[in-house]
Design a protein. Structure first.
Length: 122
């Protein structure tokens, strides 16, 4: 307890309830953060630009399969995965649930993927 001029300082009940826990933003509850973390995959700017420049669009069915693959990789403890989905190769940060980069089948020849610890074949 802190003391100023001999008086003990105690936080009021109102102040205790309003102090956010580590990683929480003020006004956000645990359920909101959990829902945010569990929401679908994100695409990095780099991956979005790659997909757009190559005119690659993922269908809702492909997105669902990609999410299932990411969930399986997470269940096995993967951190960075190469996900092969139909004619695409995607490098995904499993921890952050973020697609880092993407390449089409034509671009896969003679390429080396580094900094991955797993591969998911869908």
């Amino acid at each position: 307890m802190n003391r100023i001029e001999g008086q003990a300082l105690k936080p009021s009940v109102a102040q205790v309830g309003k102090v956010p826990a580590a990683g929480m933003r003020p006004g956000q509850d645990f359920q909101a953060i959990l829902n945010e973390k569990l929401a679908g995959l994100k695409f990095s700017r780099h991956a979005s630009e790659r997909l757009e420049s190559r005119k690659i669009n993922l269908s809702p069915e492909q997105m669902a399969r990609l999410e299932q693959g990411v969930n399986k990789a997470a269940g096995k403890g993967a951190r960075e995965s190469l996900v092969l989905l139909d004619d695409l190769a995607l490098v995904v940060s499993i921890k952050n649930r973020t697609v880092i980069t993407a390449a089409s089948r034509q671009e896969l020849r003679e390429n080396v993927f580094t900094n991955i610890d797993s591969a998911v074949l869908l």
